[in-house]
Write a protein that binds this ligand. Sequence first.
Ligand code: GAR
Length: 195
Amino acid sequence: MEKLNGKKKLAVSVFISGRGTNLKSLIEFSKKKNSPIKIVLIICNNKTAKGINYAKKNKIKFLIVSYKNKNKAENKILINLKKNKINLICLAGFMKILSKKIINIYKNRILNIHPSLLPKYKGLNTHKRVIKNNEKFTGCTVHLVNSKLDAGKIILQKKIKIYKKDNEYSLAKRVLKVENSIYQKAIKKFIETNL
Ligand code: GAR
């Protein structure tokens, strides 16, 4: 990837599938003075996702892509990433697994946020499994995406204490708040240390 020179901002595409609170936080980050990113394109695989409203409200281009045919979906995504000169992809609650093709083309340029202390609790239903296992701590992690699920290099991670009164819902709520704040910090760190 090209070095960031002076005022040039990274062109970012955020991928979502649902509610979009992490997208909202990234949009806020992009609007800050001296932010290193500009969100150019939002990609969503679900036409009823609430998160699309953040794209509309902020007048950011968005693309809804049906995943009925994954190959076709990814080709459409790739064309649009190229057309918009995207430098960095941020997965923010994107519930589809990207194929090796996209991962290779955007090698070390795809970040994901995951609601656990990776490498523990990869995959889905993390909070439910964490509570079931009586863990004392959980957390959230921003990491680079490689071809193995939730296994790329960790950029930033935050540990969160689990209270006796917690259930999967209270925990999800608390972790999400932290996710919303660490994604911004992780992007900053990623840019400072990798680009
Ligand atoms: C977040 O908790 C995110 O970590 C999780 O989905 C939620 C999306 O919330 N992502 C994954 O589990 C990916 N495997 P949001 O739509 O409000 O950002």
